[in-house]
Unconditional design. Structure first.
Length: 102
């Protein structure tokens, strides 16, 4: 006879094994980005994805990317304080393709 296991627990392990974030964490990052990131980054960037603790942050141009790169560790610390340890462990910066809204 096999032991039944709740699907939620199984899916959590599979998603974590693939390096994918907890959907609740990702929803919070996207929904609360302006507050989580703080100024000036909250209004000049947006989260683009989270995998294996690495947060992709999209910015509108190279100058913002350069400025944020100098503040990368401070942003990780801020996110860690607000989201908890190990949700975001590093930040990768990418200049976004030209889209409205950033």
């Amino acid at each position: 006879m096999s032991r039944l296991e709740p699907v939620g627990g199984f899916l959590d392990r599979v998603l974590r094994g693939l390096g994918l974030p907890d959907p609740v964490d990702l929803e919070r990052i996207v929904g609360e980005w302006a507050d989580l990131a703080g100024e000036p980054w909250g209004s000049r960037s947006r989260p683009g994805g989270l995998k294996g603790g690495e947060l992709l942050v999209e910015v509108p141009d190279g100058s913002i990317a350069t400025l944020l790169s100098y503040q990368r560790s401070a942003l990780v610390e801020r996110l860690e304080q607000r989201l908890g340890a190990r949700v975001v462990t590093s930040v990768r910066i990418r200049v976004a393709r030209s889209r409205k809204g950033l």
